[in-house]
Ligand binder design. Structure first.
Ligand SMILES: [Fe+2]
Length: 327
């Protein structure tokens, strides 16, 4: 039998009312200062507006709340409803009529509960999918990193850096927090196309010949093709859209003189413009087998010399704000 939790200073006042509903509902009485058993109830009832204020809002949103009154008082009804009462019952009333009203309330309660269960279930599935996506991105990023011994942590470091740079745009409202999370997840895949570049070129310590350079410059397009194949297989992995844009466009330049497609300005996806700065900065300050990384100051100088040519000025302004937080 469904239970009505009745919160009242004077529960004895409501004994007749309890009898009126006997056989259909069971009552649990609770005084306002006592710990009420909300879990057992499917409806909350009370006779004072001040009691409604003390009911936790999570319980008020989960259970129908009935206000009982011995008078038919509009102003009291308004006060009670303002505080969250879903139903106002003035007594005395007819048993059958009351049972109809309570039946409706029980149905509402069941709908709220079913809806809540659905939402919890969907949240759990979403969490599991996100952790699968993160796991997959991490494994692929590690594959890229293990292939290119020169870069020592570049792939994973750029993900951290793009998070710091992207935060500037979350604060300004240009990116949402969810978008930045996906961009951060996608960033380690920016050089995934290097998987298709031969070892003799990828691991060559000295300068590359023209044909070798061309093969190296094919990695954005090769990476994008690989990610496109993954997109077909894992449609629900929303970070792959960002991974595709970043892999294909991270060597494009703001002035249109980059590769592979010579895209210009805002034709280059915004997240790829973020990666372009981060990618160059990290490459400049990191040690390589064949050379020592340069100082941060020297790297800033080179990067800021690329305003309006290599890099988006808006991104460089944000980079200037947060550069001290980068390693
Ligand atoms: Fe690259």
């Amino acid at each position: 039998m469904e239970k009505i939790l009745l919160i009242s200073k004077e529960p004895e006042r409501w004994r007749d009312f309890e009898k009126l509903l006997s056989g259909s509902y069971e009552f649990i009485f609770s005084k306002p200062k006592e710990a009420a058993d909300f879990k057992a109830a499917s409806i909350i009832a009370t006779d004072e507006v001040s009691n409604i204020e003390k009911i936790p809002s999570t319980e008020k949103s989960r259970l129908p709340l009935v206000f009982f009154d011995e008078a038919d008082d509009f102003s009291k009804e308004i006060q009670a409803r303002r505080q969250g009462a879903t139903e106002y019952v003035s007594l005395p009333t007819d048993r059958e009529l009351l049972l109809f009203r309570f039946k409706n309330l029980s149905q509402t309660s069941q709908l709220i509960k079913a809806n809540g269960d659905d939402i919890r279930w969907m949240r759990m599935i979403r969490r599991e999918m996100l952790s699968m996506q993160e796991g997959m991105a991490e494994i692929m990023a590690q594959t890229v990193e293990s292939r290119d011994e020169n870069t020592g942590g570049h792939v994973t470091r750029t993900a951290t850096f793009i998070g710091i740079l992207g935060d500037e745009f979350v604060e300004s409202g240009k990116l949402t927090r969810d978008e930045l999370n996906l961009i951060t997840m996608a960033a380690p895949l920016h050089d995934i196309g290097k998987i298709a570049v031969r070892d003799s070129i990828l691991l060559k310590p000295g300068p590359l010949t023209d044909s070798e350079r061309l093969e190296m410059m094919s990695h954005p397009a090769k990476g994008a093709t690989l990610i496109q194949k993954m997109q077909r297989r894992f449609e629900s992995h929303s970070y792959l859209k960002y991974a595709y844009d970043i892999a294909l466009n991270h060597h494009e330049r703001f002035d249109g003189k980059g590769y592979p497609n010579g895209k210009k300005g805002e034709e280059i996806p915004f997240w790829a413009r973020l990666m372009a700065v981060i990618d160059v900065y990290d490459a400049l300050v990191s040690d390589r087998i064949y050379r020592k990384g340069m100082s941060k100051e020297k790297a800033y100088e080179i990067i800021f010399s690329g305003v309006d040519t290599q890099f988006d000025p808006e991104v460089l302004e944000a980079f200037d704000n947060c550069k001290d937080y980068l390693l």
